[in-house]
Design a protein around this ligand. Structure first.
Ligand SMILES: NC(=O)c1ccc[n+]([C@@H]2O[C@H](COP(=O)([O-])OP(=O)(O)OC[C@H]3O[C@@H](n4cnc5c(N)ncnc54)[C@H](OP(=O)(O)O)[C@@H]3O)[C@@H](O)[C@H]2O)c1
Length: 335
């Protein structure tokens, strides 16, 4: 696996980060462990999880501990914690995951944002201890705030995160789903307080972009302003989540089923999908693989977080590392 520097720290992380969101839910322990073994044996070291993955799966039997539990057990058995760059998140856990489903057993998504635990000092203090216990470790390499919390003063969040760094429980801090204005503000406040700055930002980023002006809810999709800010601040590592927009690039049928497809259903994206179709056929790769290879060539440099529901998808996606796109093909794809 190719490695790259994490921001300006001198530390090396793998070019793909492994998204462990569905381990312990969609994927059972054995399948998850096989994927983790393959990824690390191929030289990957960067794992992404959160303290809420993945409560929404199943029909009420999961609470959000599942992914961290799988990783903790695997690292303990493999005795490889020191070889892993481990990222988890706080703030997106639900106050009560048993209380969010309707009579039909389906999560009531409209109520979810109001049920997040948020980013108060108390939530973060408890969140880190619970994550460390599940992950069977005494430190997290990268600790993210998962979603914006308008109810907690940002100073409170940044100060407690800084204390966790001082205590050695967290090595680097990052944020997810912030607008560029929120990210700038947080970093300015950190400078003023003399505390740690966010040095990783995890946002949705793929080849297709949402239509201008659509409501993306709590999701922040990377835009030109964010790219400009990140380019000007090389200490920040951009992490791309949902790089395949739930696997839509191989299949029209999957696009139709994608719950957010209406946000992406534009003439511009139809044109881009034609390019994906043409180039992937020419290269003998899948559309999903092509998009991952394209993400690996973007500036500012970013790290795609691989998503998958089974081992076959993981194998297909990781193989994108071997695809070389020419400058001409990149120009044809555009941004
Ligand atoms: N910070 C945040 O708010 C946030 C949000 C989301 C994710 N994340 C992180 O980012 C990681 C990746 O996100 P994601 O799961 O949304 O990524 P994604 O790659 O956009 O979507 C993954 C889904 O796409 C489908 N898929 C993947 N590979 C495929 C393939 N080769 N062929 C056909 N379908 C394929 C599968 O869905 P089907 O089951 O339908 O086949 C799979 O579960 C997560 O594991 C998590 O760590 C972070």
């Amino acid at each position: 696996m190719i490695m790259q520097e994490f921001g300006t720290t001198g530390e090396k992380v793998s070019r793909f980060c492994l998204g462990c969101m569905l381990m312990g839910t969609a994927m059972d322990d054995n399948t998850s462990q096989r994927v983790l073994n393959h990824f690390t044996e191929a030289g990957g070291n960067f794992l992404d999880t959160a303290n809420c993955y993945a409560w929404w799966m199943g029909s009420g039997e999961f609470v959000g501990d599942e992914s961290e539990n799988v990783l903790g057990k695997w690292m303990q058995e493999r005795k490889n914690r020191h070889e892993i760059f481990l990222a988890t998140k706080v703030g997106g856990r639900l106050k009560n995951p048993h209380n969010i489903r309707g009579a039909d057993g389906i999560p009531e998504w409209d109520r979810v944002p109001g049920e997040y635990e948020g980013l108060s000092a108390g939530v973060i203090r408890k969140g880190i201890e619970d994550s460390l216990r599940r992950l069977k470790t005494d430190y997290i390499d990268l600790y993210y705030t998962h979603v914006y919390d308008k109810n907690t003063p940002i100073e409170e969040t940044l100060s407690v995160l800084n204390q966790l760094v001082k205590e050695g429980k967290v090595r680097h801090i990052g944020c997810s789903n912030l607008t560029v204005a929120q990210l700038k503000e947080a970093r300015e406040i950190s400078k003023r307080l003399g505390v740690r700055l966010y040095t990783a930002v995890q946002q949705e980023y793929s080849y297709l972009h949402p239509k201008q002006g659509v409501d993306t809810g709590i999701v922040e999709h990377v835009d030109a302003g964010q790219l400009e800010y990140i380019k000007a601040n090389p200490d920040i590592t951009l992490m791309a989540y949902s790089p395949l927009l739930k696997g839509i690039y191989n299949s029209e049928e999957k696009r139709k089923r994608y719950y957010n497809w209406s946000n992406f259903d534009s003439t511009e994206n139809a044109r881009k999908l034609e390019i994906v179709d043409k180039l992937s056929r020419e290269l003998g790769v899948t559309g999903n693989q092509l998009v991952l290879a394209w993400l690996l060539r973007q500036e500012p440099k970013l790290i795609p977080i691989l998503g998958f529901s089974n081992e076959e998808q993981y194998r297909e996606n990781i193989a994108a590392l071997t695809i070389t796109l020419t400058d001409g093909q990149l120009a044809e794809m555009g941004r």
